[in-house]
Ligand binder design. Structure first.
Ligand SMILES: C[S@@+](CC[C@H](N)C(=O)[O-])C[C@H]1O[C@@H](n2cnc3c(N)ncnc32)[C@H](O)[C@@H]1O
Length: 322
């Protein structure tokens, strides 16, 4: 059995027998107003974070959700968008598609706003998306891309990039690791399919996003997800898996490198009420300004005693400057 067949096998089983321990989410998903979520969708929450970022809901153009699971996030996206054709979901596992459709049907009974044309669930592969170039405003995937090996991960990212309109966003939630996972564990197909051993370090993930062509990247959240502890797994030392939430925009990659926001802030504390570095960064005294890593490093390199740049908080919520 190839590892992609193992992935299929694991999620066929997860469709037939809901298992709320399969992906160990460490924070509860959004509980949105005027949305009634069927309990089966909570039980089938196989994500490791959330990709539903209310500030990113597009006013027009579809949201493409890759790897539908029980349908929880499709329903949440549809609830926030509330327009016909807002959400397309794709999955390779027919049993998962059937269950997802059934769950959405259950949700219709208690959500009057949910119409037949709110969510379209189709058969489709992350590695060959059934959507034309530039047709989608937002792509989301939660806890799927980490199961792919390097070549497939690159392909999945380039497919997401291909289908996005210019300026569109890829919202993803995936596990990452604090140190590389040994090959023997990475080659364990079942653990990989269960989102335990396929994770890569966050920096490698960010590099891949930039290589794919995403020019602006925001790390919205980062939190512990699981421990690969040396008493239970074949690892020389404990490896912490973290769940990250990233939004990557299809904007051109600037010549001097992508703008990656990791929650750094620049603060001017000098005598003057404002500080301008002459490169478009305007700081008001004592007021933190979110900066990308590139700008943060450049400001730090000035060595000015009244200019502070905070460490990465890994929690960026917008409003900053590149
Ligand atoms: C870990 S589950 C996550 C489900 C959902 N995103 C959630 O957060 O609950 C992975 C999902 O991806 C689907 N899947 C597996 N391989 C896929 C592929 N190549 N393309 C699209 N979906 C795939 C599985 O059937 C399953 O629904």
């Amino acid at each position: 059995m190839s590892y992609l067949e193992t992935v299929h096998d694991v999620y066929k089983q997860a469709a037939e027998t809901p298992d709320n321990q399969l992906c160990c989410i460490s924070t509860p998903p959004w509980n949105l107003p005027d949305l009634d979520v069927p309990s089966i969708m909570w039980d089938m929450n196989y994500g490791c974070g959330t990709t539903v970022q209310p500030r990113d809901i597009p006013r027009e153009g579809p949201i493409l959700y890759i790897g539908v699971g029980g349908g929880l996030e499709l329903l949440q996206f549809a609830s926030l968008a509330r327009r016909p054709g807002a959400v397309i979901g794709v999955d390779t596992v027919l049993e998962m598609i059937d269950i997802c459709k059934r769950n959405i049907g259950i949700a219709k009974a208690s959500n009057a706003w949910l119409q037949d044309d709110s969510i379209d669930v189709r058969h489709g592969d992350a590695l060959d998306l059934p959507v034309g170039d530039g047709e989608v405003s937002l792509v989301a995937q939660n806890c799927l891309f980490n199961v792919f090996r390097d070549a497939e991960l690159r392909k999945a990212l380039s497919e997401a990039h291909r289908v996005l309109a210019d300026g569109g966003a890829l919202s993803l939630s995936d596990p990452v690791c604090d140190k590389p996972i040994p090959d023997a564990l990475r080659d364990d197909e079942r653990l990989r399919a269960q989102c335990i051993s396929g994770a890569i370090p966050l920096q490698d993930y960010l590099d891949l996003l930039v290589e794919t062509g995403f020019g602006t990247i925001e790390v919205r959240a980062r939190r512990p997800y699981r421990m690969l502890d040396k008493r239970r797994y074949d690892v020389p030392e404990n490896i912490l898996l973290e769940s990250v939430e990233i939004v990557a925009y299809k904007t051109p990659v600037p010549a001097d490198g992508a703008c990656i926001f990791t929650g750094r802030f620049a603060i001017w504390t000098g005598d003057a009420e404002t500080y301008n570095d002459g490169l478009g960064h305007h700081l008001v005294r004592d007021v933190p300004l979110g900066v990308c890593d590139k700008t943060g490093a450049a400001l730090e390199a000035l060595g000015h005693p009244d200019l502070f740049v905070t460490d990465r908080s890994w929690h960026y919520a917008g409003g900053g400057t590149c």
